[in-house]
Design a protein. Structure first.
Length: 232
């Protein structure tokens, strides 16, 4: 028998940010934002390993030190070539399928990530995503190792190296691509629940302040309802 096939969640995280420097370790409701993201993704029921992929930049020593304290696997690679960082993370951990998550998204939905992985395996997909209907920053995407390796090998344009998924998205005829169907109550594609700016971070702080309950994760439905009340 061969070794078990591994599905890993890889969170890209680095301290550099033009609009909100250091945001991945910025305090959100009493602990670093990355800590919330890790907690939420640990709730995914069908992944085998969770890894933070940061860069070799000296500033990202802080990310590696955080991971060490939290007992989370960390891999360090190229800062600008994110595709290379993902590929080498997958090689190092011998991953057969790779869920890409980012440290911008403190409200990533573990239920939908679990469903994403189920769909990816069921359809034997090269690439599966849950973008377009969920709030921005709630979805994720999953690559087979083969599709990630082909992207790494053949995706030579700057946007391919920076965004990981764009070589595949530009060639839908060459890959088996699946899109996760999203429950109606979680559909809010114009709502920003990602953190890219100070305004985004204030929104996340407000959501955590109003919805956090000990031992419970904030749901996408509750975040949508709260934002609908406060920002209508």
């Amino acid at each position: 028998m061969g070794r078990p096939r591994l599905t890993g969640i890889v969170i890209q995280a680095r301290m550099g940010s033009t609009r909100l420097p250091g945001k991945v370790l910025k305090d959100l409701s009493g602990r670093p934002m990355l800590s919330h993201i890790i907690e939420r993704l640990k709730a995914v029921r069908n992944s085998d390993v969770l890894i933070v992929a940061t860069s070799t930049n000296k500033a990202d020593n802080a990310v590696e030190e955080f991971c060490s304290r939290e007992g989370v696997d960390c891999f360090r690679g190229d800062e600008g070539d994110v595709l290379d960082r993902y590929y080498k993370t997958a090689l190092h951990f011998k991953l057969d399928h790779i869920v890409r998550a980012t440290a911008d998204n403190p409200l990533v939905d573990p239920v939908e990530v679990s469903r994403l992985i189920d769909l990816h395996h069921k359809e034997n997909a090269d690439y599966t995503h849950s973008f377009g209907k969920l709030p921005i920053g709630v979805g994720a995407e999953c690559f087979s190792f083969g599709s990630l390796e082909r992207s790494w090998r053949d995706g030579v344009k700057p946007n391919h190296r920076e965004h990981v998924n764009e070589y595949i998205q530009e060639r839908p005829e060459a890959f088996r691509i699946e899109e996760l169907d999203i429950p109606v109550e979680k559909r809010a594609p114009n709502l920003r629940l990602t953190v890219d700016t100070p305004e985004d971070f204030k929104r996340a702080e407000m959501i955590y302040e109003k919805l956090s309950r000990a031992g419970e994760l904030i749901t996408t439905e509750d975040a949508i309802r709260l934002c609908a009340m406060l920002f209508r």
